[in-house]
Design a protein around this ligand. Sequence first.
Ligand SMILES: NC(=O)c1ccc[n+]([C@@H]2O[C@H](COP(=O)([O-])OP(=O)(O)OC[C@H]3O[C@@H](n4cnc5c(N)ncnc54)[C@H](O)[C@@H]3O)[C@@H](O)[C@H]2O)c1
Length: 319
Amino acid sequence: MTRIDLVTGGAGFIGSNLVHRLVQEGRSVRVLDNFSTGRQENLASILSDIELIEGDIREPSTLQRCTQGVDTVFHLAAIPSVPRSIEDPRQSNDNNISGTLNVLIAARDNRIRRLIFASSSSVYGDTPLLPKHENMTPALLSPYALNKLAGEHYCRLFSALYGLESVSLRYFNVFGPRQNPESEYAAVIPKFISAALQEVPPVIYGDGEQTRDFTFIENVVNANLLAARAARCSGEVLNIATGERISLNQLASHLANITGNRISPQYAKARIGDVRHSLADITLARSFLGYDPSVDLKTGLQKTLEWFQDTGEKQAAQL
Ligand SMILES: NC(=O)c1ccc[n+]([C@@H]2O[C@H](COP(=O)([O-])OP(=O)(O)OC[C@H]3O[C@@H](n4cnc5c(N)ncnc54)[C@H](O)[C@@H]3O)[C@@H](O)[C@H]2O)c1
């Protein structure tokens, strides 16, 4: 019998990129998504190649059904937003902690081989020490960060108690094609690109000197595939990033150069829960997974810009 890969949150930004890649590699893929932030159009070109289930990770019975015959679970479904978790901590807790527990229980009950959990650099908070490495004490600034840390602990516990192999990947500011620039909580790169294409000023919260380790989506997808296959990495928590940082002001100026939109940024009040600096040490991911961030920031930005231009042109052609 063919063993299936289950991707929770597979209609979202990271999930849909991963699903496209799994399909390319000839895997049997099942997607579970409630379309709260994900979109079916992210999977439009491969709908006939996958099994798409509209359902919610807060429903244990749905998960018991979805995990049957599954080899690997890529668990990405979550409310992926610091501001939303501050506005509504209960909803984040229900989706991100209780939902993750439901996924783990179903994975254990159905004897899944391995689960890859989407964690986040937000667990490091604002500790001044850079780069961030995995054995630093977490410093949580938001319910979202707490949710992700709890998810990691649950994964480790399920590996230790029930023999369910798990790997938690701490992503650092992922960007790339299919990232939604329209949500109120959208990430900075799609927002900046969207602003450039509409010839309006990009908005920067704070003074723009905060730094981020931006990670192109292809590197994150590679990390997931490596984590699914690597030996001796069960129970690990690993940073997935580029290992370089730039400030938002530098990012805005680089995008101004490649898009030709030279409108100066508009500065708004800094947001609660945002960290000042972020940079990853990726030594552990290199050694456990053989991970290598082969697409650098500039190449990733160029590819992302081209994707947004192309999508914009296709949408305009349909009007
Ligand atoms: N994008 C980043 O930079 C980043 C950084 C660190 C961690 N992460 C994590 O990676 C994962 C994917 O993030 P993303 O950027 O692709 O976000 P996204 O919003 O595009 O994807 C999340 C997906 O999960 C689905 N979902 C949410 N709640 C669900 C539920 N209860 N049941 C079923 N499906 C549900 C959404 O509809 C969406 O398709 C998340 O777990 C997020 O916390 C993302």
